[in-house]
Ligand binder design. Sequence first.
Ligand SMILES: O=C(O)CCC(=O)C(=O)O
Ligand SMILES: [Fe+2]
Length: 227
Amino acid sequence: MLLKIPQILDDADLARARELLAAAPWGDGRKTAGRQAAQVKNNDQLQAGSEQHRALQALVLQALEAHPLFFSATLPKRVLPPSFNRYAGAANAYGSHVDQAVRYLPGGTQRVRTDISCTLFLSDPADYDGGELVIDTSFGEQRIKLAAGDLVVYPGTSVHRVEPVTRGVRLASFFWIESMVRADEQRRLLYEMDMSLMALRGDLGETPELVRLTGAYHNLLRMWADT
Ligand SMILES: O=C(O)CCC(=O)C(=O)O
Ligand SMILES: [Fe+2]
């Protein structure tokens, strides 16, 4: 499921994030890519370990936790600490690749399966040309360029790329999630059910049928979740 989740960060968060990004040390993005991806990756990435990097990670993780759609859409079991990238100049792009299936939490002992890939856009789209995140889906290519503060989540199995940035600077945060529900189609079903239940509850208030359907949602989640 490819899903856009608007306004993960508000204006105050964005201003703070940009301040931190401007002060942080950057390095070559190839350092953290797998062998195939490193051949097509050309961008800068915030170096791990700086004070600014930690503050940015905390800012993004807190905003994700506070957003009700994020939980419902991803059903997170483990979220890898967010990374930050910068594309500036036509040579900066990231060619077609699939993200590594397994990554490690800091410390290097705990493995995380990357069920869901995420990009949180941090630059105003008017401030740069190009830089679309292009994702192959069963309905064709989706070209994603979102407002600053908006998030896109998509299956980790997808071939995707970032188009060259021909003007300005594109800043983003990217990270991966291992979901309690491994199968994308099961997550989609649960998400659609949850959204419909919320809308119906808003329209009708609590009814005996809604109590039963909510039970069905939780019982499906119980059947499918690996916590
Ligand atoms: O910058 C992006 O939107 C995605 C980056 C990406 O695909 C990656 O780091 O694997
Ligand atoms: Fe990627």
